[in-house]
Design a protein around this ligand. Structure first.
Ligand code: ATP
Ligand code: FE2
Length: 344
């Protein structure tokens, strides 16, 4: 028989993440120590993510995940300082589940509630985990692809996708080949295997549109052309490799221009696609060439997770910001630059 090891924590912020496919609870101590989240990913049996089905999944797993966090860390009204939750952006029905759970926790434990911006949370967990200070952020996830830099009291978006997010493109391309959600990791492994077996491969025969327009990006052209390459009979591994090379090169090019324009010396990767080793490698090489430094947090802090929500909640609470229950409505269309940043 094994006994459960309880971890002793003091003064923690609990974070609730529910913007899309993942329901997750995480915690960060007021001194900045971050703990791994308890998460459950909704995987549709077929097709894309239906917001209502994802919300049903979140409602079903919420109690179990939360009790496991509470038991492991012996959480109670004395050691919890605040409850943070994703207020937006995201899918309405999913956001509502997380907000409802967070409000109930705040009332039950009689601790402040703090609604946070999910995109800013990806930035803050990256800064606190890697130690970078004032980076250009390449935020690459399913729903978002943005190049961001802080200017005064905002994280300003200086370039972004004009159509779908890069992760969404990867997931859709994967789904068209019968690969279930999330498709990004499988595309990464197919591309890697193919390149290892074809070290002299070149992109000419499997070229795809290059998706940079000034500081902005787009990915539906790559998606359509990649399917055309499959229909022409090219190997799936070869097309996955080409998709990654084109889409990542475009992101890294815009990130490089952002470093040049802002004069900043750090690049931080965030969002689920930042788990990708090839993107990390391309970012590292670009930064070395410019005498800058590339950073990325561990994979568990790149994908959606409750700990990142707790981390932003901690910074807000320490800046004396909290959210009254009657101001805690969700905001599905919140943008990165809508949130005022008053901390360092
Ligand atoms: P956001 O609301 O910030 O847009 P999200 O809902 O897309 O976030 P994330 O967990 O940040 O959620 O990102 C999920 C995306 O990351 C999916 O599109 C998934 O395919 C992609 N992804 C995860 N791992 C990898 C990988 N190794 N390579 C490429 N893409 C990946
Ligand atoms: Fe996210």
């Amino acid at each position: 028989m094994y006994s459960i090891i309880h971890k002793c924590v003091e003064n923690v912020v609990v974070g609730v993440e529910s913007t899309a496919h993942t329901l997750s609870f995480g915690l960060v101590e007021m001194n900045g120590t971050a703990h791994p989240s308890k998460s459950s990913l909704f995987r549709p049996e077929e097709g894309g993510i239906h917001p209502r089905e994802a919300a049903d999944h979140h409602s079903e797993v919420a109690a179990g995940l939360l009790s496991s966090l509470v038991n492991e860390y012996k959480l109670n009204s004395k050691n919890i300082s605040a409850i943070a939750f994703s207020q937006g952006p995201g899918l309405g029905p999913c956001l509502r589940v997380g907000a409802t759970v967070a409000r109930a926790m705040s009332i039950d434990w009689q601790v402040p509630l703090v609604g946070v911006n999910h995109c800013v949370a990806h930035i803050e967990i990256g800064r606190s985990q890697t130690g970078c200070i004032d980076p250009v952020l390449l935020y690459v996830s399913g729903g978002n692809t943005q190049v961001i830099a802080r200017a005064g009291d905002r994280y300003q978006v200086i370039g972004e996708t004009l159509d779908i997010g890069i992760g969404n493109m990867l997931d859709k391309f994967a789904r068209m080949q019968g690969i279930p959600f999330p498709g990004g990791p499988k595309i990464e492994s197919l591309a890697k295997e193919w390149k290892e077996n074809h070290p002299n491969a070149n992109l000419e025969e499997i070229s795809l549109p290059y998706s940079v327009q000034g500081m902005d990006l787009n990915f539906s052209g790559i998606l359509n052309a990649a399917q055309t390459r499959i229909n022409e009979g090219h190997d799936l591994g070869a097309v996955c490799w080409s998709v990654q090379e084109h889409a990542f090169a475009a992101c890294v090019e815009v990130a490089e221009r952002a470093l040049a324009h802002t004069g900043k010396k750090e690049l931080l990767l965030g969002g689920g696609v930042a788990c990708n080793e090839r993107l990390r490698q391309m970012s590292h090489v670009m930064c070395e060439e410019r005498e800058c430094k590339a950073f990325w947090p561990e994979k568990k802090f790149c994908v959606d997770n409750g700990t990142m929500i707790a981390e932003l909640g901690r910074r807000m609470i320490q800046s004396e910001l909290s959210t009254e229950i009657n101001n805690s409505s969700i905001n599905p269309s919140l943008r990165t630059d809508h949130t005022t940043i008053i901390w360092d």
